[in-house]
Every structure is written in structure tokens, then in C-alpha cells.
Design a protein around this ligand. Structure first.
Ligand code: NDP
Ligand code: GDP
Length: 329
């Protein structure tokens, strides 16, 4: 009988970690999820699978914990999704962002190198590395020009992954994923901020929504599609780096138009620009070329931007209605 595959997911309590854990369970993996110590539990995104995954304490700030997890659980694949992932926070906490999002990658790569260099490794790189874009659309070969401490930290994480592959022959892959969203996206990111406020306004629970730059454009995909690409990268014969994107870009204005339009409202009646939501340096335009992922991984997105925004609005409406029923009860 063949041995069950075992995967370690850092960042399992986050958006992508929760979808990836579901996907790996469906593939028959034993899933180990690394969670950091918090004073209150934050398992909202994984509650439905909590009994099927093994949660173990650890932190990207602490290499001892990483080594102990690898020694005890002997995963064959490690998906490093943990990060300080919100761009504005990276200006407020640049050193912490560097420690976790940049040096954290070295800590886990080095733990792999020492404990079991046969482990296959996935690093969650980001389109934010392209920042002030040097080419349109962006590919695996496009020069990086990050525009935030987060982007800078991700560039470090990307290159240390490439370096450990070349220095120690590790099976280490970097997925350069463009923005991807879902009902599980953090509420501070613009898609979810907008869909949540649309639902609140529709239900009479809010009047307006403050936003920052309405002109920036993003290549937004659907998170469950994107976690599949992570897994596909680790199933190849050779480790490599891949852009994962839809190839379509939309402005924040268009996002508002789609989200408000879905519930029959005109976005311009509700959105106002709040200077506090503007950034010190902006990434104006992201649009990815995922030809390599399509060709080599056979990966393709299945949900359009409009479908995704509509399903996010629906999910927010449902959650808020549910909350209201509970408040009344
Ligand atoms: P989230 O912010 O939803 O999740 C981040 C996860 O990292 C959480 O589980 C968080 O734990 C964990 N974490 C934070 N700091 C530490 C630490 N010091 N040690 C251990 N765990 C920690 O991010 P997403 O799921 O959206 O993204 C997953 C990864 O992909 C991230 O690295 C992100 O930067 C990257 N990425 C995301 C994109 C996107 O559009 N979503 C695009 C490109 C890259 P806790 O719950 O305790 O806070
Ligand atoms: P990012 O691409 O990882 O920074 O993802 P975000 O969802 O945080 O931001 C995407 C874009 O939306 C950026 O260009 C932001 O400047 C823009 N944006 C405009 N208003 C807001 C807002 O109120 N919140 C956030 N998070 N972004 C906003």
C-alpha cells in the first residue's frame, strides 16, 4: 500500500491556507497546519475542516518551532503561505513585515535544508513584486520594482527561494500569484471591503463606503482556482517559478460598478474618497501573463471577475442576514 502524502501548510488560518487545506484533503493528503499562538482562537476559516487537519503551534519568527514541526511530522510538501500580507500595514510595520514575509522564508527553507532536503517547497510570491511595472503584461521574466515594504519583502522571499534551489538543489518553487479573492478574503482588502459595504448598504446597515485610489487596476482571480496552481507546481518533474493570473485587469471604479450594480445601486451615490486610504506609493496597474502556467501546469482560471464579485456580495448578504436573525433571536 502506498504511503499517504503529508503536507505542511503555514498560514492555514488565512484565505489561501483554508482553501489549500480543503484541496489537499480532497486529494487524500494528511494536512498539518501551522498556527501561531493567539490569545483568542481565529479558526473561522477552517472550522469546517478542523477535525480533519492537524493543527500544530509554530511561528515564522521562530526557526526552532519550524524545525520541530518538520522533525515530528515529516511532511513531503511544505506550502509557505504565512506572511504579513496587507500592503498598508507594511508601511506601519516595515521591520515586522521584513522579519516575517522576507526572513521567515529563509527560516523555513533552512529548516527544510537541515531536517529533510527532499521536501518539496512552495513559496507564496506576489505580483506586488512588479510594483511600478516595467512591462505589460507581466511574466516570470519581468524585472521587479516593488513599491511597498511588503513588495520588497516578497522580492527577498522570491530570490531566497530561487537561491536555495540553486545552492542546495532543493525542490523549491515560487508562485507569482496576482491578487485573488473570495468570501474568505480579509475585510481590509478592497474587493471584500466593497462587497461587504454593498451588502450593508443594501440591508440598510450603512450609508457610504470610504475608499482610496479608485484608478488603480488589478488582475483579480478566484482564490480556490489559485491554490490548485500551487499544488500543480509541486507535482512537476522540475522545480520552477510561475505567474498565476487571469490576464484581465479592472479598476477599483469597475469593481464598485459591478458590486453595487449587482444589487441595483449606483456606486457613485455611496462611494467617497478618504485621503487616509491613499498609499504613500501606489501600484497603478497589474496584469499577468500566465501562459507558462497554462502550458506547463495545464492550469486555467474557472471563475470570471464579475462572477466572483457577485458571489462575494451574495455571501456578505447572507452572512449579514444571518447575523441579524441572531441578534433578533
Ligand atoms: P492572509 O493574510 O489571509 O493569511 C496570512 C496567514 O499568515 C494567516 O494564517 C496568518 O496567521 C499567518 N501568519 C502571519 N504572520 C505569521 C507568523 N509570524 N508566523 C506564522 N504564521 C503567520 O493571506 P492570504 O491567504 O490572502 O495569502 C497567502 C499568502 O499568499 C501570503 O503570503 C500572501 O502574502 C501571498 N499572496 C496573496 C495574494 C492574494 O491576493 N491573496 C497574492 C499574492 C501573494 P493569523 O491568522 O494568526 O494572522
Ligand atoms: P493589494 O494589491 O495587495 O494592495 O490589494 P488591496 O485589495 O489592498 O488593494 C488593491 C488596490 O485597491 C490598491 O491599488 C489600493 O490602493 C486600492 N484601494 C482603493 N481603496 C482602497 C481601500 O479602501 N482599501 C484597500 N485595501 N485598497 C484600496
Amino acid at each position: 500500500m502506498s504511503k499517504r502524502k503529508c503536507a505542511l501548510v503555514t498560514g492555514i488560518t488565512g484565505q489561501d491556507g483554508s482553501y489549500l487545506a480543503e484541496f489537499l484533503l480532497d486529494q487524500g493528503y494528511d494536512v498539518i497546519g501551522m498556527v501561531r499562538r493567539t490569545s483568542t482562537v481565529n479558526f473561522d476559516r477552517i472550522r469546517h475542516i478542523q477535525e480533519r487537519v492537524k493543527l500544530v503551534p509554530g511561528d515564522l519568527m521562530d526557526e526552532v518551532s519550524l524545525m520541530a514541526i518538520l522533525r515530528e511530522h515529516r511532511p513531503s510538501e511544505v506550502y509557505n503561505l504565512a506572511a504579513q500580507s496587507f500592503v498598508p500595514t507594511s508601511w506601519a510595520q516595515p521591520v515586522l513585515t521584513g522579519e516575517v514575509t522576507a526572513l521567515g522564508v529563509t527560516r523555513i527553507l533552512d529548516a527544510i535544508r537541515m531536517v529533510d532536503p527532499e521536501i518539496r517547497f512552495y513559496q507564496a510570491s506576489s505580483s506586488e513584486m512588479f510594483g511600478k511595472v516595467q512591462e505589460v503584461p507581466q511574466t516570470e521574466k519581468t524585472t521587479f520594482y516593488p513599491r511597498s515594504p511588503y513588495g520588497v519583502a516578497k522580492v527577498y522571499g522570491h530570490w531566497i527561494t530561487v537561491n536555495y534551489r540553486e545552492s542546495y538543489n532543493l525542490f523549491a518553487c515560487s508562485g507569482i500569484l496576482f491578487n485573488h479573492e473570495s468570501p474568505r478574503r480579509g475585510l481590509e482588502f478592497v474587493t471584500h471591503k466593497v462587497t461587504y459595504h454593498v451588502a450593508k448598504i443594501k440591508l440598510g446597515l450603512a450609508d457610504r463606503v470610504p475608499l482610496g485610489n479608485l484608478d488603480s487596476q488589478r488582475d483579480w482571480g478566484y482564490a480556490p482556482d489559485y491554490v490548485k496552481a500551487m499544488w500543480l507546481m509541486l507535482q512537476q518533474d522540475q522545480p520552477d517559478d510561475y505567474v498565476v493570473a487571469t490576464g484581465k485587469t479592472h479598476s477599483i471604479r469597475r469593481l464598485c460598478e459591478v458590486a453595487f450594480g449587482y444589487v441595483g445601486l449606483n456606486w457613485e451615490d455611496y462611494v467617497y474618497v478618504n485621503p487616509a486610504d491613499l498609499r504613500p506609493a501606489e501600484v497603478d496597474l497589474l496584469i499577468g501573463d500566465a501562459s507558462k502556467a497554462r502550458r506547463q501546469l495545464g492550469w486555467t482560471p474557472t471563475v470570471t471577475f464579475e462572477q466572483m464579485i457577485e458571489l462575494m456580495v451574495e455571501a456578505d448578504l447572507e452572512a449579514l442576514r444571518h447575523e441579524q436573525v441572531h441578534v433578533r433571536a
